[in-house]
Design a protein. Structure first.
Length: 34
């Protein structure tokens, strides 16, 4: 951030669950999703 005064960090937790698929490193057996 070039000017920190232009930004704020919200104290609320919006979401705790992952929002995308997570694959362990080296485990790509799921294949491509798209």
């Amino acid at each position: 951030m070039s000017n920190p005064d232009e930004h704020i960090v919200l104290p609320e937790t919006i979401s705790k669950e992952p929002l995308g698929p997570v694959v362990r490193q080296g485990r790509f057996s799921m294949g491509k999703i798209s």
